[in-house]
Design a protein around this ligand. Sequence first.
Ligand code: HEM
Length: 222
Amino acid sequence: MEAGLHALLDSLIADKRAGAERSGVDLLGALVRASDDSGAMSEEELRSTAYLLLLVGHDTTMNLIGNGMLALLRHPGEAARLTGPEAGAGLVASAVEELLRYDSPVRDATFRCAAQPFTLHGRLIAEGDIVSLLIGSANRDEARFTDADLLDVSRTPNDHLAFGFGPHFCIGAALARLEGSVAFPLLLERLGPVTLAKPADELPWRPARVMRGLAALPVVRS
Ligand code: HEM
C-alpha cells in the first residue's frame, strides 16, 4: 500500500507541475510551489510531507468519527441532545471537543526525550530519559476533569490534550474540528434510530500503538 500511495502522490505532484493545476490554492499545490520557487523544501521533504499529511489527516479523523459515534451510541441521551431542541452550532462544537477527550483518536503522543532532569508525581525523570505521553489517560484525569469518565456533550471548560500541546500542537486541528462538526450531526440525522449490533466490548479495534480506532462499527435499526 505504501508504494502505491507514493506512486499516487508522485503523479499528483507531477500534475501540479505540469501546468494549469499549478496555480491552484490547494495544499499540495502550495507545497509544490514552496519546493520549486523558494527552495524551502527538497524533493524528498516535499514527498514525505505530502505522504505524512495524507496519512495522519485520514487516520486521525476517521478515528474521531468512529470512536465518537461509538460513544454517542453508548450514550443515547447525549446523542439525543445533538438532534433535539438544545441542538445548535455551539453544542455541536462542544460535543466534538468532548468526543475528542472521551475516546481520544490519538492515544499516545510521539516519544519525548527529557532535555533536563525533573520530578513528576514523585518520580525522577533523568536527562536523556525517553518519555511516553499517554494522551488518552491524561484526558480522563480525575484531577483535571470533573466526572472524567462521564460523557457530557456540553462540558465546559474542556482543556483536553487530544491535539497535543506546545510547539508540536496538531496543525490539522481546525480541519479535524470542522470534519467532526459536519459528520456527527449528519450521521445522527441520516442514520436515524440505530443501536450497536453487538456488545461494545466485542467490537474489533485496529491494532496500533499510537492511534486508537475501530476496525468496524456494526449497527442495526432500532
Ligand atoms: C481528530 C483528528 C486529529 C487528532 C486527534 C490529532 C492529534 C495530533 C496530536 C496529538 C499531535 C501531537 C503529537 C505529539 O506532540 O507527539 C498531532 C500533530 C500533528 N498533526 Fe494531528 N491530529 C488530528 C488531525 C490531523 C489532520 C487532519 C492533519 C493534517 C491534515 C494532522 C497533521 C498533524 C501534523 C503534521 C502534526 C505534527 C505537528 C508538529 O510536530 O509540529 N492532524 N496531531
